[in-house]
Design a protein around this ligand. Structure first.
Ligand SMILES: [Fe+2]
Ligand SMILES: [Fe+2]
Length: 411
């Protein structure tokens, strides 16, 4: 296995192709003629050698830019996490952010398959009435919401983030994350299929997010941030677009770090009562992935801030707190809708909402924002039994320099 800390192999194992002598080379084709008209409009020609040193003369690089003959390799200084200019996004080196590549390799090592988890006990319980009516309602609404939201996350990466991320290693990671989210959807589908539910029975559960306002609202809330980026008319790299993107990144972080673990806790509460333990195991694997996605979301926000400190002004910091507060309110409404009688055995609505507040505070803490709720103790410490060991300490990064409030550096 490739050890990330070791230098990459310096020599290719196959002999290099020798260039043709000049007399045998084909005549160079006209670049513009070889391209469709729309692509030809994006040929990037620096106005002069002197001006080429000023990267601001280039438009922000996008994945739709044509490959231009004569395009040059970026230097590490050129590469930016968003708003990088004048280089081709298909060029994988230099690695500006080696930790992101490591995240990709770690995630790939974690890949798992839902059908590897035996579901026989859960099938028996589901079909012999082992779940109370309240527990069954909570489970159905839970899996309906999670399935819809695991569709929203990769769609957000596709529609909003990949169009704006200008570091190849992060684009690679996000592509891998999209595959993992697809695997999570397969897991939810596999769970209901394993219960013996036919397409009609599965559909009646999956479609609940269309019927319960607390679920619909929570999904549309995240979707708003995606649409704000996609519908922003300002160019990539502009302050307006970058602010919309930063808000969308906070929403992405909330999905991975708050909405998903809260949802998983409902099924872990059932498992503690000896119910749906196979399903809980599926959720454990999903949670492990979501934790790594949350680490990536937090890293992205902080890196955008480090490289664009002007974005993290007092107004944006207050907006970030408001977004986190909105998320906790949505989670509280979700709790009441999925547990309409105040909870189930082993999980009360109140402790669930306190857990949401705790996670909201943790997000504030990790972005160096004032806390919103000041929750002192974890209301459900038993959840740690269901959290699979992580290779990375979630809060290992700490603010080490906080000078003006707009200039953050992170260990
Ligand atoms: Fe997911
Ligand atoms: Fe995720």
């Amino acid at each position: 296995m490739l050890d990330f800390d070791e230098p990459m192999s310096p020599e290719p194992k196959t002999p290099r192709l020798q260039p043709l002598p000049a007399s045998k080379r084909p005549a160079p084709a006209s670049v513009a003629a070889a391209m469709p008209p729309a692509a030809a409009t994006r040929i990037i020609t620096p106005p002069s050698a002197a001006a080429a040193k000023d990267r601001t003369v280039f438009p922000v690089s996008t994945s739709l830019d044509p490959v231009n003959i004569g395009g040059r390799r970026p230097s590490a200084d050129d590469v930016k996490i968003i708003g990088g200019r004048g280089y081709d996004l298909r060029q994988p080196v230099p690695f500006k952010y080696p930790e992101v590549r490591k995240r990709f390799l770690d995630a790939r090592n974690n890949f798992w398959v839902p059908s590897d988890i035996a579901m026989g006990d859960d099938k028996m319980q589901w079909n012999t009435g082992k779940l109370s009516e309240e527990e069954a309602w909570m489970f159905k609404t839970n899996i309906s919401y999670l399935t819809a939201s695991d569709n929203l996350v990769p769609d957000n990466l596709d529609n909003a983030l990949l169009e704006n991320i200008t570091a190849n290693e992060m684009r690679q990671y996000l592509r891998w994350q999209m595959a993992e989210e697809a695997n999570h959807i397969e897991s939810y589908f596999f769970i209901l299929e394993s219960f013996g539910l036919d397409e009609k029975g599965q559909g009646q559960i999956f479609e609940l997010y269309h019927e319960i306002p607390a679920l619909t609202n929570k999904l549309n809330w995240n979707l708003t941030f995606t649409n704000n980026v996609v519908n922003c008319d300002a160019p990539n790299g502009s302050p307006e677009k970058s602010r919309a993107l930063l808000e969308d990144l906070i929403s992405y972080y909330i999905f991975e770090y708050l909405f998903f673990p809260l949802g998983f806790s409902q099924v872990f509460a059932l498992a503690r009562q000896g119910k749906l333990r196979n399903t809980a195991q599926q959720y454990q694997y999903i949670w492990r992935d979501e934790n790594l996605h949350a680490i990536n979301g937090r890293w992205l926000i902080r890196q955008v801030i480090v490289e664009n400190p002007q974005l993290w002004d007092a107004q944006m910091r207050e907006r970030a707190r408001a977004i986190i507060n909105e998320a906790v309110n949505l989670e509280a409404a979700f709790a009441h809708a999925t547990m309409p009688n105040g909870g189930i055995t082993g999980l009360s609505v109140n402790s669930y909402i306190d857990y949401a507040k705790l996670m909201g505070d943790n997000i504030c803490r990790s972005l160096d924002l004032p806390l919103l709720f000041n929750i002192k103790e974890h209301p459900m410490p038993w959840l740690s039994e269901y959290e699979m060991k992580q290779e990375v300490n979630f809060f290992e990064g700490r603010v080490r320099d906080y000078r003006t409030g707009v200039s953050l550096e992170w260990d």
